[in-house]
Design a protein around this ligand. Structure first.
Ligand code: GLU
Ligand code: ZN
Length: 469
C-alpha cells in the first residue's frame, strides 16, 4: 500500500487517556508500517472545554510514548474559513441549501416524527425553496433520500446504513461556524488522510461524513472504529479500574515502550505474542487482526509487562531512565551520573515493577549509615549479642582484605562461616539487616561492594550499638 496517511485527532479537553493513546498507537503504527505519514489535528472547536494546557499535555504524552508525528499539528479553530469554502462549493454545486427554519421549528418537526413513531429528523422543508443567505439561516446538505451508505470497517467489517435514516444535516450553523462533521471531512481530505482509525463512539458520524465526501466528489478514506477499552468488570473504564491518564503512568515510572506494547495488544493480536518492541509492532501491524470486541484493561498485566521491559533493557539505559526518579526521591544530586546507578539497577531491577519502585529500592544503599532506617522487627531480631559479634569479627576480616570487591567479599564471608562451623543463616541476617535496615535487598557481597569498605564498616558499627526499638 503506497502513501498511507493517518492522523490522530484529540480534543484538548483533558489529558491523553488510555483509549485515546491506543487509537494514537494504532494510527501511528499503520502509518509507520507502510512508510506513510502520521499527522496530528487538535480538535479544539469546543471553546468552553478546550484548553491550551491540555494540548500541551497531550503532545507531551505523545512524545513520551515515542509517537512522533509528521509536520506541525493542525488546529481546527484556525480553519473556519477553509471549512466554509467547502460549504460554498457544496452550495454552488447544488449539494447544499440554505435553510431558514428556526430551532423551534426544527424541534417541532422532530416532535412530529416522534409522534408518528419515526426517527426524529428535519423534514426537508427548505430543500427546494432556493433560499439565499440571510440572518439566522444555516446551510444543510441535500442528502440522498434513498439507497444505502456502505463501508467496510477495518475493525467491524461491513456497515450499511439506510440513507432514509439520515436527515439533511447542518453543515454551517446560523452563526457561520461549520459543524463538526463538515470540519472533519475537510480536514481529513486536506491532510490527505487515507485511513481513519478512531474510537467507535464516532461510528455513527461516519455515514454522515461519507455523504459529505460524496457530495464533494472526494475519495472516501478507509475507516476503522476501535471499540472502547473497558474495565475488568466490563464496565466503562475509570480510575476505579486503575486507569489513569498517560501522564500519570509516566510519573509513576512506567516505561513508555511497555505502555505502547500493552496498548497495542489491547484490541490487536499477532499470534500469542504478548510483548512487542517498537520495531516488532511496526513490522507486524498492518491494520488486520483488530479485535471488534471491547478489550478489558488489566492493570496487573500492564505492571507485569512493564517489569518485563525493565528487565530486558540494557542496564545503562535503565539507569538513565531511573535517574530522574532517584533524584525526585532526594537520593542523588543533579550532578549524579546514571553510570553510578548501574550496579543498583543490576541488583534491584528484578524486584521492582516500575521506575519509582526501583528508585525507592535504592534508598538503603544511597543514604549514609546513620540515615539508614531500621525495620524494628528485623533489627530486634538480628542485632543480638551473637549477631553483633559476627559483625565485629567480619569487620576485622574485611578491613584486612587487599581488595574489597564482590568476589573477595564473598570468599571471605564463606570462609568465615565454614572455618568457624557457623551456619550461613545465622551470619547472614545480622549482616543483611545492618546493611539494608531490613531483611531484604540483593546479594550481600554485591551490596557491600557497592557501598565500599568504609560505608560497610560504618553500618556494622551502628548496628553493634543498637539497643532495641
Ligand atoms: N476529536 C475526536 C475525539 O477525540 C476524534 C474524532 C476523529 O478521530 O475523527 O474523539
Ligand atoms: Zn429549513
Amino acid at each position: 500500500m503506497g502513501n498511507v496517511v493517518t492522523r490522530f485527532a484529540p480534543s484538548p479537553t483533558g489529558h491523553l487517556h488510555l483509549g485515546g493513546a491506543r487509537t494514537a498507537v494504532f494510527s501511528w503504527l499503520l502509518a509507520r508500517h507502510f512508510g506513510g505519514k502520521f499527522f496530528l489535528r487538535i480538535e479544539d472547536t469546543d471553546l468552553l472545554r478546550s484548553r491550551q494546557e491540555y494540548t500541551d499535555s497531550i503532545l507531551a504524552s505523545m512524545r513520551w510514548l515515542g509517537l512522533d508525528w509528521d509536520g506541525e499539528p493542525v488546529y481546527q479553530t484556525q480553519r473556519a474559513d477553509l471549512y466554509n469554502s467547502y460549504v460554498d462549493r457544496l452550495l454552488a454545486s447544488g449539494h447544499a441549501y440554505w435553510c431558514s427554519c428556526s430551532p423551534e421549528e426544527v424541534e417541532a418537526m422532530r416532535e412530529e416524527a416522534r409522534q408518528k413513531g419515526l426517527k426524529p429528523r428535519y423534514n426537508g422543508h427548505c430543500r427546494e425553496l432556493g433560499l439565499g443567505p440571510g440572518p439566522g439561516r444555516c446551510v444543510r446538505l441535500k442528502a440522498p433520500q434513498s439507497g444505502k451508505i456502505v463501508f467496510d470497517d477495518l475493525v467491524k467489517g461491513r456497515i450499511a446504513v439506510d440513507a432514509s435514516e439520515l436527515d439533511d444535516m447542518v453543515l454551517r450553523r446560523a452563526d457561520g461556524m461549520p459543524t463538526y462533521n463538515m470540519a472533519v471531512v475537510v480536514d481529513d481530505h486536506e491532510m490527505g488522510v487515507t485511513h481513519v482509525l478512531r474510537g467507535d463512539d464516532h461510528v455513527s458520524n461516519t455515514p454522515r461524513q461519507i455523504l459529505i465526501y460524496e457530495a464533494l466528489g472526494l475519495p472516501v478514506p478507509v475507516f476503522g472504529h476501535v471499540p472502547m477499552i473497558l474495565g475488568k468488570d466490563r464496565q466503562k473504564l475509570s480510575k476505579r479500574h486503575g486507569a489513569r491518564a498517560v501522564i500519570e503512568y509516566e510519573q509513576e515510572g512506567l516505561l513508555p515502550q511497555a505502555l505502547v506494547s500493552y496498548l497495542a495488544r489491547l484490541g490487536w493480536s499477532h499470534g500469542n505474542q504478548e510483548l512487542f518492541s517498537q520495531e516488532e509492532l511496526i513490522k507486524y501491524f498492518d491494520g488486520t487482526h483488530l479485535n471488534p470486541a471491547s478489550a478489558a484493561f488489566d492493570f496487573d498485566k500492564l505492571d507485569w509487562a512493564n517489569a518485563q521491559f525493565m528487565r530486558a533493557l540494557p542496564l545503562l539505559e535503565l539507569a538513565r531512565e531511573v535517574a530522574p526518579f532517584v533524584k525526585a526521591e532526594g537520593l542523588i544530586g543533579d550532578d549524579a551520573r546514571p553510570e553510578d546507578l548501574v550496579p543498583l539497577c543490576a541488583m534491584f531491577r528484578e524486584r521492582a515493577s516500575n521506575l519509582r519502585e526501583l528508585a525507592q529500592a535504592f534508598r538503603p544503599l544511597l543514604v549514609k549509615a546513620d540515615g539508614l532506617e531500621y525495620v524494628p522487627k528485623d533489627a530486634d531480631r538480628h542485632f543480638t549479642d551473637a549477631g553483633k559479634r559476627h559483625l565485629g569479627e567480619l569487620a576485622e576480616i574485611f578491613r584486612r582484605l587487599p581488595d574489597f570487591d564482590a568476589g573477595a567479599i564473598e570468599a571471605a564471608l564463606n570462609a568465615y562461616v565454614a572455618d568457624n562451623g557457623y551456619k550461613f543463616k545465622e551470619v547472614a541476617p545480622p549482616v543483611r539487616t545492618a546493611l539494608m535496615g531490613f531483611m531484604g535487598g540483593s546479594h550481600l557481597n554485591e551490596i557491600m561492594a557497592f557501598l565500599g569498605l568504609s560505608e560497610t564498616l560504618a553500618r556494622f558499627e551502628r548496628a553493634k550499638t543498637y539497643c532495641g526499638s
